[in-house]
Design a protein around this ligand. Structure first.
Ligand code: APR
Length: 255
């Protein structure tokens, strides 16, 4: 259980910060009902490892299987609501006037919580694009406007006929150029990074806290379990973000 003293120590670090930022992973959306990547998949999908489905090879080999995997995940994301962890970050942005959030998550819960400076390193699951980006990067396509039956697997691009795919980054693919350069600009100027709900195993996101630290930033992690990044932290608040973030915010308001 995280003590009030630990919360106060983290709040004291935040109080000294002039340019805080955040890195989030799937853990920040767990309390909104969206399983993390390291959670076991359920039902039909239990036999699959996400890293075997979220790849260009898997999509080439079996487009409908990969499309259906994302349709299942979109059905999980659609009804999800921002949880107190997302909402506390939105309040923190108002307090600081700016709080860039670099996220690995493909849901839009930070946006729906009211945060406004979000950098999606791995894309957005609600969007689809031409797999060839035939009209430019990205060539977004509104599949519903095509009148397509989503259970029939991926439609084809109305411009070039290539398969349409979710606008997310798959294993082995490069990150969106603008997202990466925006994240680097934040990392090079921040003086404190909150690292929330990430196992710290997927690069380049996992390197970002270390880069920020190299530029002199303090690191505070919020995670109920140790991650690959915990040893590098100035503070580790061992708990769920939906419980810890409101306590951290309350401690900040008390000063
Ligand atoms: N609050 C905070 N953290 C939590 C919570 C919670 N309520 N519940 C779980 N966690 C932590 C877990 O302990 C774990 O460290 O969230 C982390 C989730 O780790 P992953 O499932 O690996 O998710 P993430 O780190 O975002 O994965 C990175 O891997 O599969 C790729 O592209 C995918 O963006 C994803 C990337």
């Amino acid at each position: 259980m995280v003590t009030d003293v630990q919360i106060e120590q983290a709040a004291a670090l935040l109080r000294t910060s002039r340019r805080p930022c955040v890195l989030t992973g799937a853990g920040v959306s767990k309390e909104s009902g969206i399983p993390t990547f390291r959670d076991a998949l359920e039902g039909l999908w239990a036999q699959y490892d996400p890293s075997e489905l979220a790849t260009p090879t898997a999509f080439e080999r079996n487009p409908k299987l990969v499309w259906d995997f994302y349709e299942m995940r979109r059905e999980r994301v659609r009804p999800a609501q921002p949880n107190p962890g997302h909402l506390a970050l939105a309040t923190l942005e108002k307090r600081y006037g700016a709080l860039p959030i670099i996220t690995q998550n493909v849901d839009d819960l930070h946006e729906r919580a009211g945060s406004t400076q979000i950098i999606h390193l791995h894309g957005l699951i609600a969007r689809d694009r031409c797999s060839r980006n035939c009209q430019g990067d990205p060539t977004l396509i509104d599949v519903d406007a095509l009148g397509w039956d989503r259970s029939a697997g991926p439609p084809v691009c109305p411009h070039c006929g290539a398969l349409i795919r979710p606008d997310v980054v798959w294993f082995g693919e490069i990150l969106p150029e603008k997202a990466l350069s925006d994240a680097i600009a934040v990392i090079e100027t921040t003086d404190l990074m909150l690292v929330i709900g990430t196992s710290g195993v997927v690069h380049p996101a996992a390197r970002m806290p270390l880069e920020a630290k190299r530029h002199g930033a303090k690191l505070i992690e919020i995670n109920p379990f140790r991650s690959e990044l915990t040893p590098h932290m100035d503070a580790w608040l061992e708990g769920a973000s939906g419980a810890i973030m409101p306590r951290l915010l309350a401690a900040l308001e008390q000063a």
